[in-house]
Design a protein around this ligand. Structure first.
Ligand code: ARG
Length: 486
């Protein structure tokens, strides 16, 4: 039986009927739909609409639906947000008549417990249900993503630790700029991913309110205890306004945009790794476990993982854009357009969730050619600013010091050598402040050491950076484990 056919004189056009359905994709919300239905059923009992026996039958029915469709909700209470379950994809749930997941559950319930099943929908609307299911889905996805992000950050921090004193060129404009520790470069990514984790936590905080009891638009038509329903589903409380609650998809947009940023970070990383793995750079040896060959060129080892990470970023950002476009200009409150927000959301979440464990695996196994990186870090006049700093410390005004070292570089270019290869006479001809000490300040260790500020690449600072990153990653791990067990 349809959920709304009473006032219709004609059946729907068959093609339209199939076309307007969402079950094909919203069936993945089944566990949340069951949990939210359980909470609603309890509220109905408290409101005197269901007897105690009826409540038990309905809860048992819901539980059976969950079990037979292999869903998380064994007790049809708060859905677990622990890893793996939340993103389960119940593709095996098939029903040729179900319009959407709400209709599916009602039909299933009636098959199991008879007409009593139709009582479950008392005083509620699918508009509040879908809003609730989607919040639960995004919340669970956030918990999983943050867990994966902790692993990714852990992998990057471990590699930073292992890199020890190895240096590499840092680039600006993709031209040699200054040497940095390899660890310093790796920790830059840890900062990005930690920000991503924080953004997701922030989004979680804001979305963690329960729309149940908002009805179709104006609020429930029965005296339902919204606080209790919220509590059962582990929300911080009920949403404040029924018009907003049934039409709000901000949490999906925030989430998708946080994922855009996250994947953008991954894409920048992938791009760097692709460049560094070229024969021309040779900083990185692609791990065979994460590379593929060519069907034509027998010698090839290609960075497919990295390229797909970069490629899938376009997809995530596309999904965020699709969401924005769908919501733009919708009058309040519910409109069926909102159904179109589901697929981009699922795709963005799945894409991001799929990437992270692979990135962690890649980072654990990738080999860095430290010798080559060190060598590159010592060429191309990357000690020029250190040279200018030497003059500045001897009282030469910065602009003049810059100019003289620039001239020294020009001389080197003519002589095809590096700054340290210039004779003292050549240097003193440029400026009398040069003396033998100049050569010491150009040495790789000295160049690194002068960047001795908070957040700089001086080895002692990077050591502190690693320790600080470890602490932050540990704190993130503890937080995500707390949510998983909450
Ligand atoms: N499948 C619908 C959606 O995802 C559920 C809500 C339907 N509500 C309605 N008023 N037709 O948006």
């Amino acid at each position: 039986m349809k959920m709304w056919s009473g006032r219709f004189r004609q059946p729907l056009d068959a093609q339209f009927e199939r076309w307007q359905r969402s079950f094909e994709f919203d069936r993945r919300l089944l566990s949340y739909e069951l949990a939210a239905s359980g909470a609603h059923a309890r509220a109905l009992k408290d409101a005197g609409v269901l007897s105690a026996d009826e409540l038990i039958s309905i809860l048992e029915g819901l539980q059976q639906i969950g079990v037979s469709h292999n869903q998380v909700s064994q007790k049809t209470r708060a859905p677990s947000t622990s890893s793996g379950q939340a993103m389960e994809h119940p593709t095996e749930v098939v029903d040729d008549d179900a319009e959407d997941v709400h209709h599916f559950v009602e039909k299933q319930l009636v098959v199991r417990i008879g007409e009593l099943g139709y009582k479950l929908h008392s005083g509620r609307s699918r508009n509040e249900q879908i809003a609730t299911d989607l919040r639960l889905h995004v919340r669970a996805a956030i918990d999983e993503l943050r867990k994966s992000l902790a692993e990714v950050c852990g992998a990057f921090t471990d590699r930073a630790d292992q890199a020890g004193s190895a240096a590499m060129p840092a680039y600006t404009h993709l031209q040699h700029a200054e040497p940095v520790l390899v660890a310093h470069w790796l920790l830059a990514y840890v900062e990005m991913f930690l920000r991503d984790a924080e953004r997701l936590a922030d989004c979680r905080k804001r979305l963690n309110l329960c729309p149940l009891g908002s009805g179709a638009v104006a609020g429930a038509t029965l005296p339902l205890d919204r606080n209790l329903m919220a509590e059962e589903l582990e929300f911080a409380g009920p949403t404040a306004n029924s018009v907003d609650a049934t039409s709000d998809r901000d949490f999906m947009l925030e989430f998708a945009n946080a994922l855009s940023l996250l994947s953008l970070h991954l894409s920048r990383w992938a791009e760097e790794m692709i460049i560094f793995s070229t024969q021309e750079f040779g900083f990185v040896q692609l791990p065979e476990a994460y590379s593929t060959g060519s069907s034509a060129m027998p010698q090839k080892k290609n960075p497919d993982l990295l390229e797909l990470v970069r490629g899938k970023t376009g997809r995530v950002i596309g999904n965020a854009t699709a969401l924005t476009m769908t919501l733009k200009g919708l009058p309040l409150a519910y409109n069926k357009d909102l159904q179109e927000t589901q697929e981009p959301l699922f795709d963005a979440a799945n894409t991001a969730l799929g990437l992270l464990p692979l990135v962690a695996g890649f980072m654990k196994t990738v080999e860095f050619d430290y010798a080559r990186m060190n060598e590159a870090a010592q060429s191309g006049f990357m000690n020029a600013w250190a040279g200018a700093t030497y003059l500045v410390c001897r009282g030469v005004p910065s602009r003049l010091a810059h100019e003289q070292i620039g001239k020294a570089v020009k001389l080197c270019l003519e002589k095809h050598c590096e700054l340290q290869d210039l004779g003292i006479e050549d240097l003193q001809a440029l400026h009398p402040a040069f003396d033998e000490g100049f050569y010491d300040c150009l040495k790789p260790a000295a160049v690194l050491a002068i960047h001795d500020v908070v957040g700089g690449t001086a080895p002692a600072r990077v050591k502190q950076g690693i320790a600080a990153a470890r602490k932050k990653v540990e704190a993130l791990r503890e937080e995500v484990n707390f949510h998983a067990h909450a």
